[in-house]
Each structure stands twice: as structure tokens, then as C-alpha cells.
Design a binder for this molecule. Structure first.
Ligand SMILES: Cc1ncc(COP(=O)(O)O)c(C=O)c1O
Length: 416
């Protein structure tokens, strides 16, 4: 098989100057906007997209030969490239389209063994789509979903450990825990929590949607039973690329969300083919990792952390609020309490948050998530290499000028 030639990663990437013109030019992000939301869907560098296109063109030259003969090899080669970066054995990894699919695959594979009287434990920080997936599984199995209350603002990791461990019971069949939380942007101390679960024989499914590329990972050492993480958020892969890691002892009972020809013929084989689709994001993902490595991955992840703390603190000071978590629980996301006059705790807080989001976007060209959580309105910043200091300063200045009455008017419009 003739290799698909990959474009060259620029040489000047090592220890990048965040927000410099040469770094911003590597991405398609609109230069006229304030884009502070890498966290939702990631941003793929042009060079990776060009490679993805080359993969698609190769497929279209001889689709049948590509799909039947080349694809299985290319998928395994890509996983071999990614495995060492996340401390995994490639045989324990499969590609899925996104973390939602990874979480669904595990929950759907397990739910038929649950019954009335069983409990499935998660936390109040769980991602919305994972909560609904669990609710669906509860409706089918008759098991009960329990949410441990992890406080936010949070003082230290122990508060999280105590909240989760305090809810483990004899009837707990599974713990579903985030590695990095979506609404609150904090890193949970999952290693300690997994250890406690192991002592009680309770399996653990980790939602690591944000982890690959944001924080160092070693899945072999972590001790989880399942772990899913996106490559399209922080690892520069094209959209629609995530990994699912399964401990060897569980691989036989695992099935993808879509059953195809290779039912019960092995973990890799079943997941590698779930019907005709575009696999180019998977095959392009090792180049995303190369892009990350060219910046010096360890340096990059430390720089994300340092900048997220600095920007969070600067904004929190401008909005007269406090940092809601210790620095060591932050990666490249940080949620900041909105100024007092923009706080809202009504039943329609989700719509109110959307109204504030829409004002920031429509009137100020700032793209940022606004999130209702635990009775408060939070604004979550992301740090990515293309972001400039002036974008965070713009956010810090604009938000306090927005009148509550304006948000309430927008809320009314959204409701009508
Ligand atoms: C914690 C968490 N889990 C799951 C997801 C879903 O990711 P995806 O849309 O790629 O499936 C997200 C997305 O932001 C997330 O933050």
C-alpha cells in the first residue's frame, strides 16, 4: 500500500508564542472574532485538514479496495501511534466518533445486566448528554441513578473524593466519573476514586472527553475499567475522532452502539467496522498528535495550565468574584462566576444563560459558553495556542457592561 503523504508540520512550533500571528495563521478560526471556546468542539489546524482531505481523495480513487483492504491496517497503525501518548496498549483501544459514542457504547453494553435495586453512581458535574444516556439506561434496566454532590466552588480534591466515596454502596454497579468536568472545568482526582472503587469491586467508567492533549495521561496505570476521550478537542484531530479504552477483562462483552457484520468477533474487529462512513478523521489523528508534539507536549500542557490560571484570576478580579477551585485542579478550562448583577437562579436558567451567550456573540462577537450550575451563572474560558491576551481582556471588560434588563429582554424573546 502506497503511504498517503502527510503535509509537513512547520518547524517553528516548539514552545509557541500563544496568540502570535504565525500561530494564528495555522488555524481557520475567524481572526475578527473573540473565540474563547476551544472546549466545546476543538479547532483543527489547516495542515491536519489538508491531510484529512488527502485521505479522502485516496479513498475515492478505489473505495472498495480502500475500505476492505487498506482501512483495517490504517486504523490499527493510527491507534499504534496514539497509544504511547496516552499510556495505553493499542490492542485496548478503538476509535469512536466522539466521547458521547464512547460513553454510550459502554453503558449500552452494560445496561442489560442491571436490574431493579441496582445503583449507578455519577456526580452532579456529569455532562448533560451522559446524564440523559444514563437516564435511558435506567428506564430500560430499572436501576437507579444516584448523583454524588461535589461542591463548586471547591476547596480541594478531598471534597470530591469524600463526596463520591460517601455514595458507594453494596448495590453500586458502576461509577461514571468525569476526568475533566464540562460545566465547571475542573480536574477530578480520579486515581484516588478509582482505587477506592477497586477495593469495593465497583467498576469505573471515566468520561475523559477533554483529557487527551490537555493533561498527561497514563491509562495503563490509572486502573479504570473503561476510559473514553476526544482527540478532536485538545489533540488537534479533525472533528469526529475519539478513543475508547477498555480493560482486557471487559473486552469480550463490549459492543459498539451500532452492530454490524462482525458481531461477537472481537473488540477491535467489531468497533473497526460499524457500517459505511468517513473514517478520515481517525486516520488523520496521528498528525494532530504530531502537531501537539512539535510544540513540545509537556511544555504545551503546562503552558495551557499557567495561562488558564492567569486569565481566570484576571477576569475574576475584574468581575469581583473569587477563583472557585485551587490552581492544581485546572487544565486549560476555567469556569468563572459571572458578575453579581448577571446572576440568575430561575427555573429557566438554561435559557437565561443562552440569552447572555447570544448577547455576547451577536453584539460583541465573543464566543464563550455561559453555564448555569449549582444555582449560579458561570462563564467558562478555554486556552488554546491561537488565543491572545486581548481576547480575555475584551471578555473581562464587556461582561460587566451588559445590563441585566437586556438579558431578561433577550430571555423573553427566546421564550416567545
Ligand atoms: C465531559 C464531557 N463529556 C462528553 C462530552 C461530549 O463530547 P462529544 O460531543 O465530542 O461527544 C463533552 C463535550 O464537551 C464533555 O465536556
Amino acid at each position: 500500500m502506497k503511504p498517503i503523504s502527510a503535509p509537513k508540520i512547520p518547524k517553528y512550533l516548539k514552545h509557541p508564542a500563544f496568540g502570535s500571528k504565525e500561530i494564528r495563521d495555522l488555524f481557520l478560526i475567524d481572526k475578527t472574532i473573540t473565540f474563547l471556546n476551544n472546549g466545546s468542539f476543538g479547532a483543527t489546524p489547516k495542515v491536519i485538514l489538508a491531510f484529512q482531505n488527502a485521505i479522502r481523495e485516496r479513498m475515492e480513487q478505489q473505495p472498495v479496495n480502500f475500505v476492505k483492504k487498506q482501512l483495517p491496517i490504517l486504523l490499527r497503525e493510527s491507534l499504534n501511534d496514539i497509544a504511547p501518548f496516552i499510556g495505553a496498549d493499542a490492542n485496548d483501544l478503538v476509535f469512536v466518533d466522539n466521547a458521547t459514542t464512547g460513553m454510550n457504547a459502554v453503558i449500552q453494553s452494560l445496561m442489560h445486566s442491571w436490574k431493579k435495586g441496582d445503583e449507578i453512581l455519577t456526580t452532579n458535574h456529569v455532562y448533560g448528554a451522559v446524564r440523559t444516556t444514563l437516564q435511558h439506561a435506567m428506564n430500560i434496566s430499572g436501576a437507579r441513578l444516584i448523583e454524588a454532590h461535589v461542591p463548586f466552588p471547591i476547596i480541594d480534591e478531598q471534597e470530591c473524593i469524600d463526596a463520591v466515596i460517601g455514595k458507594l454502596k453494596k448495590s453500586t454497579r458502576l461509577l461514571v466519573i468525569d476526568h475533566i468536568t464540562s460545566p465547571t472545568g475542573i480536574i477530578f482526582p480520579i486515581k484516588d476514586i478509582i482505587r477506592a472503587c477497586k477495593k469495593r469491586n465497583i467498576p469505573v467508567l471515566v468520561d475523559g472527553a477533554h483529557a487527551p492533549g490537555m493533561i498527561p495521561l497514563n491509562l495503563n496505570e490509572l486502573g479504570a475499567d473503561w476510559y473514553t476521550g476526544n482527540c478532536h478537542k485538545w489533540l488537534y484531530a479533525p472533528k469526529g475522532c475519539a478513543i475508547l479504552w477498555t480493560h482486557p477483562k471487559h473486552q469480550r462483552m463490549m459492543h459498539p452502539t451500532v452492530i454490524s457484520h462482525w458481531y461477537n468477533q472481537g473488540y477491535s474487529k467489531e468497533f473497526d467496522w460499524t457500517g459505511t462512513k468517513d473514517h478520515s478523521a481517525y486516520i488523520a489523528s496521528p498528525l494532530g498528535l504530531k502537531f501537539h508534539a512539535a510544540m513540545d507536549s509537556d511544555y504545551l500542557m503546562m503552558a495551557f495550565h499557567a495561562k488558564a490560571i492567569a486569565m481566570r484570576n484576571m477576569i475574576a478580579e475584574a468581575w469581583k468574584t473569587n477563583a472557585p477551585s485551587p490552581d492544581y485542579m485546572i487544565g486549560s478550562l476555567a469556569s468563572i462566576e459571572a458578575p453579581k448583577h448577571l446572576q440568575y437562579d430561575g427555573e429557566d436558567a438554561f435559557l437565561y444563560a443562552e440569552a447572555l451567550h447570544d448577547i455576547l456573540w451577536n453584539e460583541h462577537k465573543i464566543e464563550i459558553p455561559v453555564i448555569p450550575f449549582a444555582g449560579k451563572i458561570w462563564i467558562r474560558i478555554s486556552v488554546q495556542v491561537f488565543n491572545r491576551l486581548k481576547e480575555y481582556m475584551h471578555l473581562a471588560e464587556v461582561v460587566p457592561t451588559i445590563k441585566r434588563s437586556h438579558v431578561l429582554k433577550m430571555l423573553k424573546r427566546l421564550k416567545s
